[in-house]
Design a protein around this ligand. Sequence first.
Ligand code: ADP
Ligand code: MG
Length: 602
Amino acid sequence: MQNKTGKISVHTENIFPIIKKFLYSDHEIFLRELVSNAVDACQKLKTLSSIGETNMGDAPLKVSVHIDKENKTLTIRDNGLGMSAEEIEQYINQLAFSGAEAFVEKYKDKADANIIGHFGLGFYSGFMVASQVEIQTKSYKDAPAAHWTCDGSTSFTLAEGSRTERGTDIILHINEESAEFLETYRIQQLLSKYCKFLPITIEFEEKAINNTHPIWTKKPSELTDEDYTSFYSELYPMAPAPLFWIHLNVDYPFNLTGVLYFPKITNSIDAEKHKVQLYCNQVFVTDNVKDILPEFLMLLHGVIDSPDIPLNVSRSSLQSDTNVKKITQHISKKVSDKLKELFKNDRADFEKKWSSMDVFVKYGMLSDEKFAERAQEFCLLENTQGIFTELKEYVEKVKIAQTDKDDNAVILYTNNVETQHSYLQAATNKGYDVLKLEGILDNHFVNYIEQHFEKVKVKRIDADSIEQLIDKGTTRESVLNEEDTKKITALFESIEQPKIKLTVKAQALAPEDSFVAITEDEFMRRMKDMSAMQGMSMFGDMPTSYNLIINSNHPKATSLLSMDEGKQKASTQQLIDLALLSKQLLQGEQLTQFINRSIDNL
Ligand code: ADP
Ligand code: MG
C-alpha cells in the first residue's frame, strides 16, 4: 500500500475550532461517541456474521478503554469489523466532514452537544480533548491494516498500520487542558454515566463496566418483580424501593422502550436527584428530559430509550415536535392505565400508597386534561376519619348530603386538623363530612374541582360560620332584637385591632355554635395562597381581611350586653383574643398582654 498524505475534503475551512467552540461545555461526550462507534463496529460485525458474510469466530466481541499516563494517551479498542484504508477515506475523511458541514450550516448560532452523533460527527469529537488522533485498524475483509493520523488541522496521513487482528484502536493524544481524561476515576465516572447499559461488553481496568441486557430491552413476561426492583437500585443505589413500575414498549408510530418507576416520595431533594434517564439505543443521552416529558411525569424515575426522539433539533423546537408530542401522550396514557389497574386490582393497597401518589396524580390532573379525565376514577380524597373516596363518587355523595339553598353541592375541607379543630368540631356537629386537603397543590386542585364539576363549591371550614358555609336558607329566629344586635356589633367594633383588620358581623346561629369566631373569605384566601406560592405579589401583598363572626343566639350574648361597662369591655377584649388565638392570629405583644391579663384574673 502506498503511503498517503492529503487534505481532508471540506469546504468549510478548519472545522475543528468551530466544533470546539460549539461544544466547549460538554467535552466529556467524546468518550460516549467513541465507545458507541466501537459498539456499532461490533454490532455490524455480528450482523455480517449472522448472514454468513464473515465468520466472527469464538472470541467474544468487546470494547476496552486504556489509559497510558506516560504517553498521555487514551485508547478505545474494539474487535469489531475494522476499516480498510479505502473505508477510512470514505467514512472518516469524507463522510464525517460532510456531516460536519451540515452541522455548521445548521448551528452557526446555537449548538447542543447531543446532536453531535447525529451528524456523523461523533468521531471528530475526539479532537475536543486530543491534540492528535490516531486510528490503527484492520478490516474483517482481507485488506492490509491501516494507520491514520490527524492533528486537528485539515491534513491527515494514511499509511499501512500495525494491527494484526481484526478491529480498531482509536488513540487519543490527550491535550494539556484535558489532562483529567487521563485519570482513572474520571474515565470510570464517564463510562458509568454514558455506557452503563451498552449492548456490547465494555472493559476498563480489566473489568466489565456495563450491563449489556438492561431490563427495558427484555419482554415484561420474562421479568420478575425482583428484576425490576434490583434494576431500580442499579439506577439509583441509595433510593428506597419504588412503589410500582410501568414497562413501556411501543413500536408504532414510534419506537420507544423503557421502565418508569413510581418512587416512594420522601422529600423533594431526592426527587430532584433521581431523574428519568433518556437513552438512544442503550447509549445514555441525558437526564434533562424537561422538553420530552411533561413536568408531572418528571416526578417519576427510570429510563426511556428511543431512537426516535430527535436530538438533532434544537431544544426549543422539541416541544412542538410531533413525535415528542405523541411520546408524551402515550406515556401519560400508560401511566393512567397503570394507576387505574392498580386501583381496580387492590384498592386497599392503593389507598395505603396514596399519600405517595397524591401530589403526582394531582399535578398530572392540573397539567394534562386527558390525564385528568382518566384520573377522576382513581384520584382519591381522604376525609378527616381516614376514609378514602374517588373524586367522582365523592362529588355524588356531597350532592346528596351537603347541598345549599341554591342547589350547590358544597365540599368542605381542612388543611390542618389540629389548628382548625374548633371549626372542624362545628362541621362534624352538623353531621357534615370534611376532607383533608393538606398538600402543596390543593389550592389549585380545589379550583380544578370547581371548574370541572357543575354546581360544586369547595370551602375550607374556616371560611365562614358553618351555617353560612352550607346555607340551607332557613333563617333562624334572632334571640337579640335589632337594637341589641347593633349594640353588640358596636361593642366588638370598639376594641381596636392594631395589626389585623376585622370586619364584625353578627349572625343568628344555633345557640350551641361558637360565640365568636374568626373566618376568612374562601375566594380571597385561595387567591392569596396561590399567588404567595408562585411568588407573585398581586394578591400576596394585599392585607388579609378577616371576619369576626358573633353568634347573637349564643346564651352569653345576652349576658355580655347586661354587664357594666368596664366588665363588658374587658370581656369583649378577652373574647376577641380567644377567637384570634384559635386561628393562630394572636401574636407578639397582644399575646403577651393576653397571657398577663389572664393570670391577673386568676
Ligand atoms: P456515525 O457514528 O454517526 O456514523 P462518526 O463520526 O461517529 O459518525 O463515525 C463515522 C464513521 O466512521 C462511522 O459511521 C464508521 O463507519 C466509521 N467508524 C468510526 N469508528 C469506527 C470503529 N471503531 N470501527 C469501525 N468503523 C468506525
Ligand atoms: Mg458515531
